[in-house]
Design a protein around this ligand. Structure first.
Ligand code: FE2
Length: 420
């Protein structure tokens, strides 16, 4: 005789281990066949993809050939469990062959001839399956399976306590099946969501990259027609990175890319400045100068969609701020100015001074270096000037010196100081 309470506890403990509901049901079938000494124990489960109930397992000497038997949704066995629960109460919520055989239709006048016909069909099915009990596995209103049990090998009738045990086991199984299904569904949905997010990220990265490339071409175009800062973005980028390294700035991960992008894109807002101002040779009047100053805010606006590089906008916003607070657009000073913006300010001014353009020649290196030194602590951040000059003398002086000497040899003396 089974200790039913202990058996249920053990079964419940085992159920927790199963993530695949089919393995759980096989365990339940094996457990019942082994412990209850029955001629057979089988489990029907609902296959949603095929809209029918199929056997997942069958054990015992009278076991059912599980691949040969299917029960359709319109079979009375299923209809009674799903749709005739009230009438099923007459049979105490499950089918017992012995009770069906002794069913007294006179006593149950509330049953229609159709009901009786269906009960007859259920009886025939149970006989063909060597079943003496059919116990539903319900999760709320869902019939997830049916536990089909043969006779006791001893030939005795089932006790009330035994049937209650099977009913509890069937409903516990249904709950565990549902949990496992929910978990599987959640894992599946999570995987789909992750896949979707990954796809979105790829698209977004591509979109950002394309926008960045467009911005670079724009910046190049601006640079080419801007009379005040004619030169190469690549050179400004190189000088800026060199200065940042000399300063010992952290350029790990995205930070180097942000600085490079800022060095290349800092004047992209000049695309919104009229050519009459942008390409003017010589000094700008007050009105023209105020138009020119708008390139900072215009640049920030243009770069807004580049959300992955918000830092670039923040740096660009301050590239004309001066260390002593005399710059624009906000007049902030000292360490209120991002160090990257101060780097742009120094290297861009330096490169503009030494670069030759169509209407004038570049200044000699000594002049440009002297300008930086003179404006140290005024227009320029002193530490940035020092770092730039150190790095420049170490790495680039020889290159630019020979280039400028060559230019001076073939040209006249350099002219006015450059505004940027
Ligand atoms: Fe600028």
């Amino acid at each position: 005789m089974i200790n039913y309470s202990e058996a249920l506890k053990n079964a419940a403990r085992s159920m927790v281990r199963f993530k695949n509901p089919n393995n759980l049901l096989r365990m339940v079938v094996r457990f019942i066949a082994r412990e209850s000494n029955l001629t057979q124990a089988s489990m029907l489960v609902y296959e949603s993809s095929k809209q029918r109930y199929s056997f997942i397992d069958s054990k015992g000497k009278d076991r059912i050939p599980i691949h040969l038997v299917r029960i359709d949704l319109d079979h009375p066995l299923i209809l009674w469990f799903l749709e005739k629960k009230d009438k099923l109460q007459i049979l105490e919520g499950y089918f017992c062959l012995k009770k069906l055989k002794s069913f007294n239709r006179v006593k149950h006048s509330e049953l229609s001839p159709q009901d009786l016909k269906e009960i007859e069909k259920i009886k025939e099915l149970m006989i063909s399956l060597n079943a003496s009990l059919c116990i539903p596995c319900f999760y709320h209103e869902e019939l997830l399976g049916i536990l089909i049990l043969g006779n006791k090998k001893t030939g005795e009738d089932f006790l009330e306590e035994e049937i209650q045990f099977f009913e509890t086991l069937a409903n516990d199984s249904a709950m565990t099946i549902k949990n496992a299904e929910t978990q599987t569904e959640l894992v599946k949905r999570n995987a789909e969501l992750e896949e979707k997010l990954k796809e979105n990220k790829v698209l977004r990265d591509k979109e950002q990259q394309t926008y960045y490339e467009i911005m670079l071409s724009l910046a190049q175009e601006v640079r080419m027609k801007d009379s005040s800062t004619f030169g190469h973005l690549e050179a400004v980028e190189k000088l800026g990175i060199m200065t940042a390294e000399e300063l010992g700035l952290d350029l790990s991960g995205k930070k180097r890319v942000v600085l490079s992008a800022s060095l290349r894109l800092h004047d992209v807002g000049k695309i919104g400045i009229p050519d009459s101002v942008l390409k003017k040779e010589g000094s700008l009047n007050e009105e023209e100068w105020s138009i020119m100053k708008e390139h900072v805010d215009k640049g920030v606006k243009i770069l807004e969609p580049l959300t992955d590089f918000k830092e670039v906008s923040d740096i660009i916003r301050c590239h004309h701020e001066n260390y002593d607070g005399s710059g624009y657009p906000r007049g902030i000073k000292g360490d209120e100015i991002p160090i990257e913006s101060s780097i742009i300010s120094v290297v861009d001014a330096f490169h503009a001074m030494i670069s030759s353009r169509c209407y004038k020649k570049g200044f000699p290196l000594d002049f440009a270096i002297n300008e930086l030194e003179t404006n140290k602590g005024k227009q320029f951040h002193p530490k940035v000037v020092d770092a730039f000059l150190n790095a420049f003398k170490k790495n680039m002086f020889a290159y630019y010196d020979s280039r400028i000497k060559k230019e001076i040899k073939s040209q006249n003396k350099p002219q006015d100081k450059i505004q940027s």
